[in-house]
Design a binder for this molecule. Structure first.
Ligand code: ZN
Length: 240
């Protein structure tokens, strides 16, 4: 038997909210599909939620996760469909769209802080109503916060396009800033690298979901800062 693998539609079309898919593996509440619009938790972006519909039955997705290279959808109950059945997928779009806006916002934030203050990112987490990013920064003064907010909102308001590119290693290495994105350190077997380009501003390797233009992000506000010790400073943001 060949290994079941799933077409990851969310990587090429982050705006697809519904589609049909075929069940290729089933074990209790765990489902693997031939294709999916649901993002599995990873890279600081939380799991998508949503529903799987079969006949008149509706199943809520509690979690989507990657396990041994497969994408598992965990349902709220054992479904009545079987392998090879066709099911309908409905994404919890407000939640996902929020993740997209915050993910794009974090890319802008990280580039602004790097450009202006030379700081690297040491961690990040997205939520549906906020996001945070940790930087290797000794000091986080009110001036730095103000400047960061100003610059980020300037980029956002320029309504720049956000493009998703699939590049081979050599092309990707030429395009990204290797000081910030160590794609030269990615395992050799990864031949194609997904890159998120904010036109004329930033290029970064990323497997998350993004909005199509910066203006979709909305106004960015740094709502909280925290000293995480060891030269790490955290910024929490909201977009509205
Ligand atoms: Zn990203």
């Amino acid at each position: 038997m060949s290994e079941p693998s799933t077409e990851t539609i969310y990587l090429t079309d982050s705006y697809l909210k519904e589609t049909d898919a075929k069940v290729i593996f089933l074990e209790n509440e765990k489902v693997i599909l031939d294709k999916t619009i649901f993002y599995p938790e990873g890279g600081g972006q939380p799991t998508d939620l949503g529903k799987i519909i079969f006949m008149n039955n509706e199943y809520s997705i509690k979690e989507v996760k990657k396990q041994d290279g497969k994408i598992l959808h965990i349902l709220d109950k054992i479904p009545n469909f079987k392998t090879a059945d066709s099911v309908h997928l409905i994404l919890d779009w407000p939640r996902r769209y929020s993740h997209m806006r915050y993910h794009s916002a974090l890319h802008i934030l990280s580039k602004v802080v790097y450009n202006e203050f030379g700081a690297q990112v040491s961690g990040n987490q997205i939520y549906a109503d906020r996001a945070r990013m940790d930087f290797t920064l000794e000091n986080l003064t009110p001036e730095i916060i103000q400047k960061t907010e100003e610059k980020a909102n300037e980029i956002i308001s320029q309504n720049r396009k956000i493009n998703i590119l699939f590049l081979n290693r050599d092309e990707a290495i030429k395009k990204v800033d290797l000081q910030r994105t160590r794609i030269d350190l990615l395992p050799e077997q990864i031949k194609i690298i997904r890159v998120v380009e904010i036109e004329g501003f930033d290029v970064d390797a990323c497997a998350g979901t993004h909005v199509k233009t910066t203006s979709e992000i909305g106004r960015l506000k740094i709502t909280k800062t925290e000293n995480k010790g060891k030269g790490k400073r955290r910024m929490e943001i909201k977009v509205e």
